[in-house]
Design a protein around this ligand. Structure first.
Ligand SMILES: Nc1ncnc2c1ncn2[C@@H]1O[C@H](COP(=O)(O)OP(=O)(O)OP(=O)(O)O)[C@@H](O)[C@H]1O
Length: 257
């Protein structure tokens, strides 16, 4: 097993009157190369679990192993892509993609070569001399993805990366990240509260519920890619997820009768 979350509880501000239990008794095993979505409503501990696995936070109880080693701190082998892209405004697209590579100690020619390869992969060749303010939100997110992939990380953490995008751009980015994942087969942990997004992207969906944050269940998504959002199999899994959250239309109708 590549990532192991063993009985992990996280309490922020422990031993203070402000103590809050964000996550309770989480157990999760992730295989190398899997695309995992953490799905749930606000406050269910998705970001907390992501930050614990990425090493930005420490568990209050339990432990997390990555490739057999206890996670204690963030590592250069794991990259995180946030909702706000995290691009440097004074650098061009090329400069932003080169950023992570510079810290790996490659020479200038190699850095330029690798950056160009990934700029091409996300379809931004014509824009490599542009600055972030000259790009749309979707294009900025593609730069962030190119920058993340360029350092050839073992794991990519994505915390609601498409949250700020309009619906059409968001679907296009879902297509792109899904086909990039197929090409590169990186282990991806992707936080979302969008049910359709999780069914479109994930190999497995980790269903989380709040008060306190818990892993409620895990749903397999054994659908071939590229996925069709209108296919009956897609809709059946979507339905299953709705049932897990007790949000099915049938239940609401019963309630009103
Ligand atoms: N640094 C922190 N200090 C104290 N409490 C925190 C901290 N971070 C998160 N929490 C609390 O822990 C709980 C889980 O938060 P978390 O951000 O992990 O949930 P989430 O599912 O990612 O929510 P959202 O979808 O709104 O981002 C919430 O009640 C939140 O207020």
């Amino acid at each position: 097993m590549y990532i192991q979350v063993k009985n992990v509880t996280k309490i922020y501000n422990q031993n203070s009157p402000k103590a809050s239990k964000a996550l309770e008794g989480a157990n999760l095993d992730i295989n190398c190369g899997e695309f995992i979505c953490l799905l749930g409503p606000s406050g269910c501990g998705k970001t907390t679990l992501l930050n614990l696995i990425a090493g930005f936070e420490k568990p209050t109880e339990g432990e997390i192993l990555l490739d057999g080693k206890v996670v204690n701190e963030p590592s250069i082998k794991y990259v995180t892509i946030f909702q706000n892209y995290g691009l440097l405004p004074w650098r061009t697209v090329q400069g932003n993609v080169e950023l992570g590579l510079e810290s790996l100690g490659y020479d200038k020619v190699k850095i330029k070569e690798i950056a160009e390869e990934y700029i091409e992969l996300v379809g931004l060749c014509e824009f490599k001399k542009h600055h972030p303010y000259q790009l749309s939100g979707g294009m900025q997110q593609r730069v962030a993805i190119a920058r993340a992939l360029a350092v050839d990380p073992d794991v990519i953490f994505m915390d609601e990366p498409f949250g700020a995008l309009d619906a059409m751009t968001r679907m296009k980015m879902q297509d792109e990240i899904s086909s990039l994942w197929e090409k590169k087969k990186k282990t991806i942990l992707f936080v979302t509260h969008d049910i359709d997004e999780s069914v479109f992207l994930a190999d497995r969906i980790v269903i989380m519920t709040p008060h306190p944050g818990k892993i409620k269940s895990i749903i397999d998504v054994p659908l071939a890619r590229k996925r069709d959002r209108t296919n009956p199999d897609f809709l059946a899994i979507r339905d299953k997820v709705f049932t897990e959250f007790e949000m099915k239309e049938k239940d609401r109708i019963d309630y009103y009768i």
